[in-house]
Write a protein that binds this ligand. Structure first.
Ligand SMILES: [Zn+2]
Length: 50
């Protein structure tokens, strides 16, 4: 869990378009900016400290 649970939740729900790198919500099939179909989830575990 991160420091900011709300921010974490938002990151998890964010999908990045592989073409235009626009942010989309989880559940969308296409980028709403350019209509590209291939999205990737935004990485959540970028900074992991132990
Ligand atoms: Zn796009």
């Amino acid at each position: 869990m991160g420091k900011f649970p709300i921010a974490d939740a938002q990151l998890t729900k964010t999908w990045i378009c592989r073409k235009c790198k626009g942010r989309n919500r989880a559940g969308v099939e296409k980028c709403k900016r350019c209509g590209y179909k291939y999205l990737r989830p935004k990485r959540k575990e970028k900074r992991v400290k132990k």
